[in-house]
Every structure is written in structure tokens, then in C-alpha cells.
Design a protein around this ligand. Structure first.
Ligand code: PMP
Length: 392
């Protein structure tokens, strides 16, 4: 039976990690893996999280089961940050904890399917797992171009898809810090998207995986809020794995916004049933740590400082790369200053990416995606010189 299985292609980024680890060159640069790094190349535990974890160790008196909805205090504590002052939304909003943003995206797609969605539109390129989840859940994938060659969002492609969609379609949008392009919609474009979604009745699934890593906590969800202010119903997938540095603890949340408060119990009961069948209940620790941070003013202030420091550091790297636009013609580095978050895609050929790796010890995904946070004061000049070398 099991011998009938065909081998799946290995994860390309994991293969890259291995190659990078085996490279003896001391000045090698890892721009592959999607985690934040400090100016020293580290991915440390947040100070706010360390303190919250200590509090948990000292005070937690049981590890008995929670329900499929996880830690509701965690889910509620995030709401004002995501949904703003009017987080109650007239009783139309309910949330639950999930294993990472991945669990939340999976639940959003599975719940959409259970509600009758047959096709989900996805801008391309996207986080590769989006397409895998759509396929695995068993909905049709529709695509549209996310970014134009000039490094801005192809808003017309999205509006066209929404205008021509069927009533049983959904559209999956990145809330901010688009992975892999870094290309986000402008506030004016979000206004148009919100109007188009409201007119069409297409179900929006909004994936917020990098909240606070783009322009700011409020700015990064302004587009999501514009959509939610206009549409009757929507689903939001949220990750705390980047903005609280909790990656391996798998911390996410899933929010459902219903047409009417009366619809909410049936919707959440379906989401709970799907969660039970998928993972029963989410891991507790990371969500409890986030709740502990957000319920403590001093820890919240520390978290906000740490997040601002990350955001500002990535902005400085982006500006440094953009300033080198003239040194490396053809790569459109200037556009990086107007893009957000951890990632950017450089229009490099396969040969150029191989040459960066083999000749310069610079590791990046085969798509040309770089992790901006892999660069810092000590290696950015080398990276720019290597780009000039392989493109020259
Ligand atoms: N959505 C997007 C766009 C992502 O890039 C990621 C993580 N790479 C996720 C969701 C899922 O994040 P998590 O690690 O919390 O599962």
C-alpha cells in the first residue's frame, strides 16, 4: 500500500539551509529562510516573550485541555490591534486560536469550502503553501498577477478578477508585507478593493502574517479594516509567529466576521468541528505568552519597542539597497524602498542566483526572493558588489 506513494520534491528552502550550513566561507550570507534577523544575524527570543514565559512558569497551575478554540484570552487580546477600537463589530466577530498562521489559513479555506466556496483566487506569486493548502483542502485555485514589473501592485488584475468572479468564489489577499514580493496595495487601492468586494459578494480571506513589520501596527492593518468596513462577511487568518518571534511555538488566530450576529454560532460551530478533525486543539504555550504580554502594560510597551526596532532595521536595509540602484542597473532596487516586510523578489536569472551562491556564498531562493533581514551593516556592501558582479 504505502509503496504506491510517489516521492514528493523536497522543500527547496530546506535544501538551501543545508547547503548554507555546509559552506565553510566565513562571509557567506543567508537570505533564504524567512525569519527575522538582528544586525548580528541572530533570531532571538523577544524580551517581552521571555518575561511572559517566566511569568507563565511561575503562575500556570494546570496544563489540562482547553477546547478547539484554544486560549480565548489570547484571541480577544489581539482583537483591538487587528480590528481597531470597534473590535466588537456589533457582535459579528468571533475568533479562535490556531496552530500558526498556517492553521488559520487552512481553517479559512476549509470553512469556505464547507460554506459552498468552490474556487479561491490567489495573486501570484504567493507564499507557496497557499496553493498547497487550496489543493489539499480541495478547492479550485484561480490566479491573478499580484505585482507588475515596475514593483507596484497590479490592482487592475485583482479588480478584474473580483468583477468577473462567481458568487461561489473567494479571494485570498495578503493583509500586509506580501510574501514573497513585499509589494502591498496602497490605501487608495484598498479603498477600491473594498468597494469591489462589497459590490461582488466575493468572500475575502485576509491573511495577516507580518503585522507590525511593514509600516506600523495601525498602518499594516488599515487595508484589512477598510475591507471589513465595507463587506458583509470575511475571514481573517493571523500569525503571531513573526511579530512575536514565536515561529516554532506555532501561534495563530482565525477570525470570522458574519453577516449578522445571529449567524455566528453556526459558523463558529463549523470552524470548531473542522479544528477538532484537523488538530483537535492548538498548542497552548505561545498563545498564553502573547496573552500575558498583551495584558501587561510594561510588557506590551517592551514588545512594541522590539517590533519598532525590527521594522526600522528592515527599513534601513531597504533604503541602503535602494540607494545602490545606480550601481546595479536592471534590478530595480529603488522599488525596495517602497515595499514592505521581510521579503523582496529580485529579477535575477537562475544562472545569476547560482553564481551568487557558488562564487559569492550568497544563498537565496530560486525565485530570486531575498529575506531583507538577512542583510545588515556588515554584509550589505558585499551583497551589492556581488549583485553588480553577476549582473554586470
Ligand atoms: N501566510 C503567509 C503569507 C506567510 O508567509 C506565512 C509564513 N511563512 C504564513 C501565513 C504562516 O505562518 P506561520 O508560521 O504562523 O504558520
Amino acid at each position: 500500500m504505502l509503496d504506491q506513494l510517489d516521492a514528493q520534491s523536497p522543500d527547496a528552502l530546506l535544501a538551501l539551509i543545508k547547503m548554507h550550513a555546509q559552506d565553510p566561507r566565513e562571509d557567506k550570507i543567508d537570505l533564504g529562510v524567512g525569519v527575522y534577523r538582528t544586525n548580528d544575524g541572530a533570531t532571538p527570543v523577544f524580551r517581552a516573550i521571555k518575561a511572559a514565559e517566566q511569568k507563565l512558569v511561575d503562575t500556570q497551575d494546570s496544563k489540562s485541555y482547553l477546547g478547539p478554540e484554544g486560549d480565548t484570552g489570547f484571541v480577544d487580546a489581539l482583537k483591538p490591534y487587528i480590528f481597531g477600537k470597534d473590535a466588537a463589530m456589533g457582535g459579528r466577530l468571533e475568533g479562535m486560536q490556531t496552530p500558526g498562521g498556517t492553521g488559520a489559513v487552512r481553517l479559512a479555506v476549509a470553512l469556505s469550502k464547507a460554506a459552498g466556496v468552490q474556487r479561491v483566487y490567489l495573486g501570484t506569486p504567493s507564499w507557496p503553501n497557499h496553493a498547497q493548502i487550496l489543493e489539499d483542502v480541495g478547492v479550485e485555485t484561480g490566479t491573478f498577477r499580484h505585482a507588475a514589473p515596475d514593483g507596484t501592485a497590479d490592482i487592475d488584475a485583482l479588480l478584474d478578477v473580483i468583477a468577473n468572479a462567481r458568487a461561489s468564489d473567494a479571494v485570498l489577499l495578503h493583509g500586509c508585507c506580501h510574501n514573497p514580493t513585499g509589494v502591498d496595495y496602497t490605501p487608495e487601492q484598498w479603498d477600491r478593493i473594498a468597494d469591489a468586494l462589497a459590490d461582488s459578494g466575493v468572500l475575502p480571506i485576509l491573511d495577516v502574517a507580518y503585522h507590525g513589520l511593514g509600516l506600523g501596527l495601525e498602518e499594516d492593518v488599515a487595508g484589512v479594516r477598510k475591507v471589513l468596513a465595507k463587506v458583509p462577511e470575511a475571514l481573517v487568518a493571523y500569525s503571531c509567529d513573526k511579530n512575536f518571534g514565536l515561529y516554532r511555538d506555532r501561534v495563530g488566530a482565525f477570525y470570522m466576521i458574519a453577516k449578522s450576529a445571529d449567524d455566528l454560532p453556526a459558523i463558529t460551530s463549523n470552524a470548531n468541528a473542522l479544528a477538532r478533525a484537523n488538530w483537535s486543539m492548538p498548542p497552548d504555550h505561545g498563545g498564553a505568552a502573547v496573552r500575558t504580554v498583551l495584558r501587561d502594560d510594561a510588557l506590551t510597551a517592551t514588545w512594541l519597542d522590539e517590533l519598532a526596532e525590527m521594522r526600522e532595521r528592515m527599513r534601513r536595509v531597504r533604503e541602503r539597497l535602494a540607494a545602490a540602484d545606480n550601481d546595479v542597473p536592471g534590478l530595480n532596487l529603488a522599488t525596495l524602498a517602497h515595499q514592505n516586510g521581510l521579503f523582496a523578489v529580485l529579477p535575477l536569472s537562475k544562472d545569476q542566483i547560482v553564481s551568487l551562491r557558488e562564487d559569492h556564498g550568497i544563498y537565496m531562493a530560486g525565485s530570486g526572493r531575498i529575506n531583507v533581514a538577512g542583510l545588515h551593516e556588515g554584509n550589505t556592501a558585499k551583497f551589492i558588489a556581488a549583485l553588480a558582479d553577476v549582473t554586470g
